[in-house]
Design a binder for this molecule. Structure first.
Ligand code: ADP
Ligand code: MG
Length: 264
C-alpha cells in the first residue's frame, strides 16, 4: 500500500476540449504500465463514468460522498474492465454540491480532506474536472499536486488558458502553495489545419516546456470508444489516438522521474 498518490487535476473551464477523453485514456495508459490509477469523476455530467461502462443504475456511492459525506476514496472506488484502473463515479446530486459547499466554512478543503487524510493504494489520482472554475474545480486544485490542461488548438484557446492559470495562482497563494502546472496538452490536433499550427506555435513560444511534446490528434476512434464503454487503448490499440495517449503517459512518467515540473 503506497501512502501518497500523486493527485492530478485535468482541467479547462471550456467544455468539449478533451478533459474526459484525456482523463480516461491517460489513466488507462498508466494503468496498463502497471500504475494503480484512480479516476475521480468530478463532472456532474458523469461522462468519465459512462465512458468506462459504469451505468447510472450501478453507481452507488459517488464523488458527492467523497466531497460531502467524508467517505474514504478506497471504500467507494469501483473497479473497471481495465486492470489497475478504478473510478469514483459522478451522480446527478453532484450538481448541487457547489451550493452545499458554499455554506461550509472550509468550502475549498473538502476534496483534499477526503483524498489526503487516509493512505490510499493508488499511484495516481486523476480528477476529471467540470467545465467551469467553480468551487468543484477549486476543490480539485486544492487537493492536487499538479494540473494538466487539455488545450484544443482553436481561436481564443490561449485567452481561456490565462484565466485558468490565474486560478491556479490564486489557489497557490492561498490554500495550496505546492500546486504546480504539470503541463498543457494540445488536443484534437489537425496538422493540416493552419490555425492548429499557429496555436501550437503561440503556446510553445509563450509557455515553452510547459507544453507536452505529445499532441493528441483528432481521431474518430477516440470519440467512438466511450460508446463501447472502454478506453481507446482497448477499443483500438493501434489507432493514432491510442498511440498518442500511450506516448503522453510515457512523457508524464519521464517528467515525473526527472521532476521537471515547471513553475508559472
Ligand atoms: P471535455 O471533457 O473537455 O468536455 P471530452 O473529452 O468529453 O471533452 O471531448 C468532447 C468530445 O470530443 C467528445 O465527444 C469526445 O469523444 C470527442 N473527442 C475528444 N478528444 C478527441 C480527439 N482527439 N479526436 C476526436 N474526438 C475527440
Ligand atoms: Mg468532460
Amino acid at each position: 500500500m503506497t501512502s501518497k498518490a500523486k493527485i492530478v487535476s485535468i482541467a479547462n473551464q471550456k467544455g468539449g476540449v478533451g478533459k474526459t477523453t484525456t482523463a480516461i485514456n491517460l489513466g488507462a495508459a498508466l494503468a496498463m504500465r502497471g500504475k494503480r490509477v484512480l479516476l475521480v469523476d468530478l463532472d456532474p455530467q458523469g461522462n468519465a463514468s459512462t465512458g468506462l461502462g459504469i451505468s447510472r443504475e450501478t453507481r452507488g456511492r459517488s464523488t458527492y460522498d467523497l466531497l460531502l459525506a467524508d467517505a474514504a476514496a478506497a471504500d467507494i472506488a469501483m473497479t473497471t474492465d481495465v486492470d489497475n484502473l478504478w473510478i469514483i463515479p459522478a451522480t446527478m446530486d453532484l450538481s448541487s454540491a457547489d451550493a452545499e459547499l458554499m455554506s461550509s466554512t472550509r468550502r475549498v478543503m473538502h476534496l483534499k480532506n477526503s483524498l489526503r487524510s487516509r493512505s490510499t493504494p493508488y499511484d495516481y489520482v486523476f480528477i476529471d474536472c467540470p467545465p467551469s472554475l467553480s468551487l468543484l474545480t477549486v476543490n480539485a486544485f486544492v487537493a492536487s499536486d499538479t494540473v494538466i490542461v487539455p488545450l484544443q488548438a482553436e481561436f481564443f484557446a490561449l485567452e481561456g488558458l490565462s484565466q485558468l492559470l490565474l486560478t491556479v495562482r490564486e489557489v497557490r497563494s492561498s490554500a495550496n502553495p505546492d500546486l504546480r502546472v504539470e503541463g498543457i496538452v494540445l488536443t484534437m490536433f489537425d496538422r493540416r489545419n493552419n490555425l492548429c499550427l499557429q496555436v501550437e506555435d503561440d503556446a510553445r513560444q509563450n509557455l515553452g516546456e510547459l507544453v507536452f511534446h505529445t499532441k493528441i490528434p483528432r481521431n474518430v476512434r477516440l470519440s467512438e470508444a466511450p460508446s463501447y464503454a472502454m478506453p481507446v487503448l482497448n477499443y483500438d490499440p493501434t489507432s493514432r489516438g491510442a498511440i498518442a495517449y500511450r506516448s503522453l503517459a510515457a512523457e508524464l512518467l519521464q517528467r515525473n522521474e526527472t521532476s521537471q515540473v515547471a513553475h508559472v
